[in-house]
Design a protein around this ligand. Structure first.
Ligand code: HEC
Length: 143
């Protein structure tokens, strides 16, 4: 009886482990944001909640160096451009751990609670900017 229970527990643990290995359910090729803009001028853009939080978090912290709308400054690069060159894995690593490059020091954020739970949100916002889906300016939240 006891042996049977152990076997069941082991099988469950194995199934759990396998689940972790399987690819994410969401289509990883899909854009990590939703943006809807009105035609005409001024263009008004609405974004999904996650992207909106990304916009807010970016403009609370990252804009100090990378400038408003992520266009870059004299001492930190344009993230509109950088995100066309780096992949998501690199982005997540840089955000957590930082690095020092030829331009200067990019701080790591893994100990900052205002940022370290928002990596995906910031990524979605910056991806929308670098894909050209979201123009500069303050977006509104989709209903
Ligand atoms: C104190 C200034 C500063 C702040 C604040 C800052 N960065 Fe940076 N960041 C830099 C600098 C400088 C670089 C360029 C380093 C180099 O390549 O020499 C950089 C580079 C990057 C890169 C490019 C990585 C690559 O491999 O090309 C990304 C992405 C990035 N930062 C994201 C962010 C995000 C997101 C935030 C907000 C959470 C942020 N940064 C806040 C200074 C800053």
């Amino acid at each position: 009886m006891f042996a049977t229970l152990l076997t069941v527990a082991a099988t469950l643990a194995l199934a759990d482990g396998m689940e972790t290995d399987s690819p994410p359910a969401a289509d990883s090729a899909a854009a990590p944001y939703t943006v809807e803009c009105t035609a005409g001028s001024p263009t008004v853009c609405q974004v999904d909640k996650q992207t909106y939080i990304g916009w807010r978090t970016y403009h609370a912290t990252c804009h100090v160096c990378h400038a408003q709308d992520a266009v870059g400054s004299t001492f930190a690069p344009s993230l509109v451009e950088r995100l066309q060159a780096i992949d998501e894995a690199r982005f997540m690593d840089v955000l957590a751990n930082g690095y020092t490059g030829q331009i200067g020091v990019m701080p790591g954020w893994k100990d900052n609670p205002n940022v370290n739970k928002k990596y995906n949100e910031i990524y979605g916002y910056l991806k929308a900017r670098s894909d050209g889906a979201l123009p500069p300016g303050r977006p509104k939240k989709l209903p």
